[in-house]
Design a protein around this ligand. Structure first.
Ligand code: GDP
Length: 462
């Protein structure tokens, strides 16, 4: 857990396997810290590694006494030109757990310590290689399993959100120091920080913050998938539609165990965005289900969704019944798409066309795979995923989201303080509070607990 990762020393030499356990062609062991070169040198007999240039690779044998451990490739990175900014060596050995264990044991005997989860990345952060959001993006990148989450993680790792936050922070710091300067003049009635300018700046910053805060829904959807429910009466064609959505994507779609014991979730990828279709077990069993599954029965399921696809049999549904169902769904306050299925059976005289809003419907035929593309693009549109396509910064991390909201609130207090003519010292305090929350995001302000929590989520060796 987040135990005492932060009270572990940061100046010793750490070692860990960087690849997953199991038999493989190659395994990599990573060592970082002051004694890295000395420790590896005692095992590596081919040449003195301290005398080699950084970013070079060397072939040789690792020996402990007379015992040959393995023939290896050793990649060397000299401080500060390494991931951790410390001396780093990566040993590529044969991919056997036994060999990896032997080499690590030999290094431990030299005085190295087994690295904790995320400790390499933590050192990189502490040594100023990147800020906290970028460190977190490393973890996201490792765990990304869709094109969209991959792009979001890379964008963040390259400083996406950090750059925006840094800009805002610098501007605020400027104002804070102006106001604090006023305080130095004590009794004299001077105003270095123009209140109207400050107001304008805060409103501008709040605008940026709002758009970042809003992006969290999209960001979260991209990171975790969009929980989606396909709802509708029996025989509307729900399971047929599910199969069409799944089959088009067979290579990347998998059935994964859902959150409850008997629920099953299927995933549909649309342009790199993952939609998690909730409780498809219920859909699959529709042939055995005799009772009516109207909106009321699926209500609970729908409440868990971020998107509802409401499907009805366009050929037989009475528009008045449809309207009633839709009113119920609308009460849930969740984005929904109304889909008229079995369009292949529609006639110009069909009752549905009498409905005033019939032109707004998406007409598909699940069985004949007609117009599925339009449905898909509507699904993307409903979760505002087109934002991600344009490469805007997305908030994918709940920690960032919370800090952004707190910053926004703090700035709101600053605005109120300006309006009520609050004295400079109180104003400065409010601005500092906003700065504090902004700084939390990038790690300019951190607590040991926070660092421990973040890095304990990493795997060992990262
Ligand atoms: P569910 O109860 O909502 O899951 O509905 P099903 O997917 O089991 O479909 C009910 C029936 O409607 C099946 O016989 C399907 O073959 C049929 N069906 C589904 N989609 C279409 C369609 O687009 N056109 C026509 N003509 N029949 C369809």
């Amino acid at each position: 857990m987040a135990d005492s990762i932060y009270i572990t020393p940061t100046d010793d030499t750490i070692v860990a396997p960087a690849t997953t356990p199991g038999t493989s062609a190659i395994a990599v062991i990573r060592i970082s810290g002051k004694e890295t070169f000395n420790m590896v040198n005692t095992l590596f007999k081919a040449k003195d590694l301290t005398k080699q240039a950084t970013h070079t690779i060397h072939f040789g044998t690792l020996r402990e006494g007379n015992t040959i451990l393995d023939e290896v490739l050793v990649s060397i990175f000299k401080a500060p030109n390494s991931f951790t900014k410390e001396d780093v060596i990566e040993i590529s050995c044969h991919g056997s757990d036994f060999i990896v264990r032997k080499i690590i044991q030999a290094l431990l005997k030299q005085g190295a310590r087994l690295a904790r989860p995320g400790e390499f990345t933590k050192r990189a952060f502490l040594n100023g290689r990147f800020d906290l959001t970028q460190a977190e993006a490393v973890a996201d990148l490792i765990h990304s399993d869709s094109e969209a989450s991959h792009i979001a993680a890379i964008h963040q790792m390259r400083g996406g959100i950090s750059n925006e936050i840094k800009n805002l922070r610098e501007k605020l710091i400027h104002f804070a120091s102006m106001i604090e300067l006023e305080l130095d003049f004590g009794e004299e009635d001077v105003e270095f920080a123009d209140r109207a300018d400050l107001q304008k700046l805060i409103t501008e910053i709040q605008k940026v913050l709002s758009s970042l805060i809003e992006s969290f829904d999209v960001g979260n959807a991209i990171k975790n998938g969009v929980p989606t429910v396909i709802a509708g009466k029996p025989n509307a064609g729900k399971s047929t539609l599910l199969n069409v959505l799944l089959n088009e994507d067979k290579a990347i779609v998998s059935a994964i165990p859902g959150t409850t014991r008997d629920a099953i979730e299927d995933e549909v990828m649309i342009e790199g965005v993952r939609f998690r279709i909730i409780d498809t077990a219920g859909l699959r069993e529709t042939t055995d289900t005799v009772e009516a599954i109207g909106v009321s029965r699926t209500r609970d399921k729908m409440k868990q969704a971020s998107l509802i696809i409401y499907l009805f049999d366009a050929a037989t549904t009475n528009p008045y019944d449809l309207e009633k169902e839709l009113q119920e769904i609308a009460q849930l306050n969740i984005p929904f798409i109304v889909v008229a299925n079995k369009s292949d059976q529609l006639l110009p005289s069909s009752a549905i066309y009498q409905w005033p809003e019939s032109s707004q419907l998406i007409y598909i035929s699940a069985a004949n795979k007609l117009n599925i593309e339009e449905l898909k693009s509507r699904m993307l549109k409903e979760v505002k995923a087109e934002k991600f396509v344009t490469g805007n910064t997305l908030i994918t991390n709940i920690r960032h989201y919370e800090s952004l909201r707190q910053t926004y609130q703090a700035l709101q207090t600053v605005l109120t303080s300006i309006n009520t003519g609050l004295s400079g010292d109180l104003l400065a305090l409010d601005i500092r509070s906003a700065l504090y929350h902004l700084g939390e995001i990038t790690g300019e302000i951190t607590t040991d607990d926070l660092l421990a929590t973040i890095f304990s989520k990493f795997c060992i060796g990262k």
